[in-house]
Design a protein around this ligand. Structure first.
Ligand code: HDD
Length: 742
């Protein structure tokens, strides 16, 4: 008791000393939280967003929603419950006395917490991490001769929504990991929705969908510790792909620079499978779909990708959204490789020059079947709400329109089941097609009724066919009325069996073709990536087995990787003799520079007029100038009497910048600062363009002179842009000496 008394006295003394008891004097400093005048009328978002018109929302039956803009905003001036009752308080729960327990009757509390508790839905089992954008596809008419689909008619414009993604990582994982990228496009056509659910890599790990859980389980984090996140650099992945040789070709694409894109805007896309097109006369052709980015195909370097993963895990998501908001709308040509839908001399269908078009682990080199452009897609609007659009969008390779049909590719066939099925648990029931982002823009009259999350008020009494009560509606359409076309096909081999055709057995020759078609610098990167990834494995047997598989692709590659791992070179085995396919390389061409990010390094005393001039020129060329200075705020404009003195807004400080953000650097002044030292040396090592107004003779361990490839010394601000543009067009100075072999 004595101890308790003493403790209470100490507590009382302390409380008196620290905060005098009694009512706080109104108006005394700190007595009230800062407040704003309420209520506030709903306003447009701040800051105002330029021209961000997305797709028009449609009602469940396909008719445009009334007041579609208002429906997306908060309604009314007052905070309400979910049932629309106005609230006078939302910061305190209802209690029995100020210090008493919270009451069960507090509906507002329970409703608010209940809703919050259920805000998350299951993330996608694969492709969980993504970024979306709205846009328009405009056809040039070139596909009209092979496909009856209305969206390919010359000049036809169709609204689209695209979602780019990584495959292995969780929803919150970093963007710049080494992985395949998803490239899924929803075309809201007048004849129904068509989804082209592709990747940035034209082949897949497996030939049959039944193996999808295996490859995904192998790539996902280990089940015991749930590491590593969003990586293929671990034992289970390499265990699987070294045992399962049909995965070797896709894996090689992952190890090449394609596995670490510079931007979603600079990736190719592929439908992967062969599809069957039907024209107005009912004739069929086989095609593979390709997206060709107008900005070219560019990648990060592995060190950059790793740095960006820490520096800015949202690197690709931010890049896409910023570019669209700034008006640098990314665009792609959609192209097709067309193959005759005939049987070959052995009586086998879906073959082209000996390549089995039903095997999703094979490409058809573009030199054998050129990609013919059939239209262009431009992404011009960011989503207004990530969850509503990018998270809830549901793609499906079976969402087809009249004139586009599937083939018997066993991987595609399994996908046709999986994408409907997964939405039941992810989006909570069979009515996910009614979620605004998933609503078709064509009229929907499906006789599907009820179910979880039903939002349509269906009228009529006869949701069945045939009926005579609702006027016999809906009617069935014939081909002439735009019905889906189902091509009659003979089944060549009617025996039911679990086997693949012999033409699926070749797992290495196209990997050899790919390797042979890369330039030297791309090969170096690819070999280094294998060495890095296998170097992260613990099991010696896995590494040895994978190196042996590489020997079936190229013995030199296998030997280089083995050396890096400290393993003996594998035995030499025969490899396929190939002709090269130059279109597989991404190096050696020139591309537009739109949307590139240019760092401008200045000091506190730099010539503000010169910096402003460079900034204007870069911006005027459709690129993003980012001024890097010792502190934030503005450069210049200090003299209050000189209204028209040049003034420049600072975008980054020496501490908040990192080289991975910039495609090129303009050095206006060379500050003596460790952060800018790292900036310049990384720009050098990553082979990025450098334009400098001050001489840099030697920089740390690197020799940076005007004769260094990709480095230009300029005399004046006006010379910067003309000097930088050709360097940026080539993307990197690949011939720059690389002492540290990044
Ligand atoms: Fe898949 C999502 C692409 C094979 C099962 N896949 C998904 C997404 C893309 C692809 C881009 C993300 C779509 C989005 O952004 O919402 N998938 C491919 C490609 C494949 C492929 C190009 C091979 C050529 N996929 C594949 C197989 C299966 C799946 C063989 C199953 C048998 N994929 C799914 C899935 C996902 C999915 C589990 C996860 C979330 C979703 O579908 O909606 O159903």
């Amino acid at each position: 008791e004595k101890l308790v008394d003493k403790a209470e006295k100490v507590a009382d003394d302390l409380t008196d000393a620290l905060s005098p008891r009694g009512d706080v004097v109104p108006g005394a400093p700190g007595s009230e939280p800062p407040s704003v005048d309420e209520p506030t009328e709903p306003t447009d978002p701040l800051p105002p967003k330029p021209d961000q018109k997305g797709a028009t929302p449609h009602s469940p039956t396909g008719a445009p929603s009334k007041d579609s803009e208002d429906a997306q905003r908060q309604q009314g001036a007052y905070l309400t419950t979910a049932q629309g009752a106005r609230l006078s308080e939302t910061d305190h729960s209802q209690k029995a006395g100020r210090r008493g327990p919270t009451l069960l009757q507090d509906h507002h509390l329970r409703e608010k917490i209940m809703h919050f508790d259920h805000e998350r839905i299951p993330e996608r089992v694969v492709h969980a991490r993504g970024a979306g954008a709205h846009g328009v596809f405009t056809a040039n008419g070139a596909a009209a001769s092979v496909c009856r689909a209305g969206l390919f008619a010359e000049g036809k414009e169709t609204e689209v929504f695209v979602r780019f993604s990584t495959v292995l990582g969780s929803r919150g994982s970093a963007d710049t990991v080494r992985d395949t990228r998803g490239f899924a496009t929803k075309f809201y056509t007048d004849e129904g929705t068509w989804d082209l659910v592709g990747n940035n890599i034209p082949v897949f790990f497996i030939q049959d969908a039944i193996k999808f859980p295996d490859v995904v389980h192998a790539g996902k984090p280990h089940p015991d510790r749930e590491i590593p996140q969003a990586q293929s650099a671990h034992d289970t992945f390499w265990d699987f792909v070294s045992l399962h040789t049909e995965a070797q070709f896709h894996t090689m694409w992952n190890m090449s620079d394609r596995g670490i894109p510079r931007s979603f805007r600079m990736m190719e896309g592929f439908g992967v499978h062969t599809f069957r097109l039907i024209n107005a006369a009912g004739e069929t052709s086989l095609v593979k779909f390709h997206w060709k980015p107008h900005l070219g195909v560019h990648s990060q370097l592995w060190e950059e990708a790793q740095l960006a993963g820490g520096m800015d895990p949202d690197f690709h998501r931010r890049d896409l959204a910023d570019a669209i908001e700034a008006g640098a709308h990314p665009s792609w040509d959609l192209g097709i490789q067309v193959f005759p839908d005939t049987v070959d001399s052995d009586g086998v269908s879906e073959m082209f020059h000996g390549i089995d078009l039903l095997d999703p682990t094979k490409i058809v080199p573009e030199e054998l079947a050129p990609v013919q452009v059939i239209g262009t897609m431009t992404l011009g609007a960011n989503p207004k709400n990530y969850f509503a659009e990018t998270e809830q969008v549901a793609f499906h390779p079976g969402h087809l329109v009249p004139g586009i049909d599937v083939t018997n590719d066993p991987l595609l066939q399994g996908r046709l089941f999986s994408y409907l099925d997964t939405q039941l648990s992810r989006l909570g029931g069979p009515n996910f097609g009614q979620i605004p982002i998933n609503r078709p823009h064509a009229p929907v009259n499906d006789m599907l009724r009820d179910g979880m999350h039903q939002t349509a008020d269906h009228v009529g009494v006869a949701p069945y066919r045939p009926n005579s009560l609702d006027g016999g509606c809906p009617f069935l359409a014939g081909t002439a009325d735009g019905a889906l076309v189902e091509v009659a096909q003979e089944i060549a081999d009617a025996q039911i069996e679990r086997r693949a055709p012999a033409s699926f057995d070749d797992h290495f020759s196209q990997a050899t073709l790919f390797w042979a078609s890369l330039t030297e610098v791309e090969r170096e990167h690819t070999a280094a990536a294998y060495t890095f990834e296998l170097g992260k494995c613990y099991e010696e047997a896995v590494k040895i087995r994978q190196v042996e598989q590489l020997a079936h692709i190229d013995h030199g590659l296998a030997t280089t990787v083995a050396q890096g791992l400290g393993l003996p070179a594998p035995a030499e085995v025969p490899v396929a003799e190939v002709v090269t396919s130059p279109s597989l390389s991404q190096v050696g061409r020139e591309w537009p520079t739109d949307g590139r990010q240019i760092g401008i390094l200045v000091s506190a005393d730099s010539d503000v007029a010169a910096v402003a001039e460079i900034q204007r020129a870069v911006f005027g060329a459709g690129m993003v100038p980012l001024v890097i200075a010792p502190t934030g705020g503005t450069l210049g404009g200090d003299d209050p009497d000189a209204d028209d003195a040049p003034k420049v807004t600072i975008s980054r400080t020496y501490r908040t910048q990192r080289s991975v953000e910039f495609d090129a650097l303009v050095v206006v002044d060379l500050p003596a600062d460790p952060h800018s030292d790292i900036l310049i040396s990384e720009m050098y090592r990553h082979k990025k363009a450098l334009a400098t107004l001050v001489p840099i003779d030697r920089y740390g361990e690197f020799e940076i002179t005007s004769s260094t490839p990709g480095v230009v010394e300029v005399g004046a601000a006006a010379d910067v842009l003309p000097a930088l543009t050709p360097l940026l067009a080539a993307h990197r100075a690949w011939d720059r000496p690389d002492p540290s072999r990044v």
